[in-house]
Write a protein that binds this ligand. Sequence first.
Ligand code: UD1
Length: 416
Amino acid sequence: MSSYIITGGSKLEGTVSISGSKNASLPIIAASILNGGTSKLYNVPNIHDTEITLKILKILGCKTDKKNGKIIIDSSKMNCHEIPDDLMRQMRSSVVLAGAILARFKNVKFSYPGGCDIGARPIDLHLKALKKLGISIEKEAGYVKCKCDEIKGNEIHLDFPSVGATENIILASALAKGETILSNAAMEPEIEDLQNFLNKMGAKVQGAGTNIIRIIGVKSLKEVNYNIMPDRIETGTFLCMAAATSGNLEVKNANSNHIIPVIKKLEEAGCRFNIKKNTILIESSKRLKAVDIKTMPYPGFPTDMQSIFSSMLSTAKGTSIVVENIFENRYRYINELKRMGAKIDIEGRIAIIKGVKKLSNAQVEATDLRGGAALVLAGLVAKGKTKVSNIEYILRGYQDLDQKLNKIGAKIKKQY
Ligand code: UD1
């Protein structure tokens, strides 16, 4: 179990560059198997989750090569359609591989994702949609087996705009017979990135970014080079860290359009912004003011920013109310924050944060990826040395977090 040792109290100042998006990379790496040839992906973040996805592809028979953010995937010799149970358990989002494997082989077997660290994360919407595409589903001894002779386009309405289910439906329909019209689709920018990638391969996907997506199945897809979009949650994380430390930070290689709700709430809290093409400048000179947030599907306030934003609000002036509407168990980090002196009460999906002037150092443990980042933020603000253990969670989703932070004035060391 590795840890970060953070000596708090420094303002974040200078320039930080954002890596490629984790949540766009995973479905795009999955989609790369659809062309039965080579895909070259640029700006892929060097994080644990992309490692695992590539490990799965290798087990499925793909060749992969990785260097400096560039990944080459050759799926021409792919010959296996079973996602190994241990890797499936390490990364539940590997469920998006199911749609891609089905499109290629009309057959997939994977283990049923179990209980989880941030909420139940069921896959009922994925399976209901796959059935609509003519795929038979069998559940047996913890495994899900899906197969069909032919995937047939259909009209699908999602009961909730699930990101993963939307991606799975697009992937499963890309090579299907006929047209799929998906309504109440998730509108996250990562879905638009997946659409752009698939269309560059020759697919016919329209409407991603809106709640109706139309996929006209094509017979085959060609080889492709693609540059992954910047990570909007990493962008938001650095903005909140700068705001919490009263810093002035330039965030490069970012797309401000993807995090409008976060920027607007930071403005409400007292931060100032100067936004240029791919760069966001944030200035935060005074103690922040309390603000209320409610997580919602995109374009609402992202659930992935809830813990980081709440951690920042724990030292704001006044009382903030936070409502978590997406994942019911996303407050586990709060018990750790309380060890550092935060005053937060939880009532179901609501957290009431009474801002304190200072946090104190403590030994805390990351409970999940974004909750871990929230504790790093608290460590940057707290007096003295904070130890955040179990940082394997954080390494799942942030590339070089300690190195990037040290370059902008933080004092953070990794300890093995
Ligand atoms: C994705 C993101 C994750 C982000 C989340 C919400 C990736 C790898 N992960 O996760 O970082 O926090 O979107 O923006 O891109 N649900 C069901 N049945 C289903 C599927 C989902 O009830 O079959 C529910 C979930 O329990 C949850 C909500 O829908 O309450 C949202 O889940 P979903 O959008 O599917 O999240 P993920 O795709 O897992």
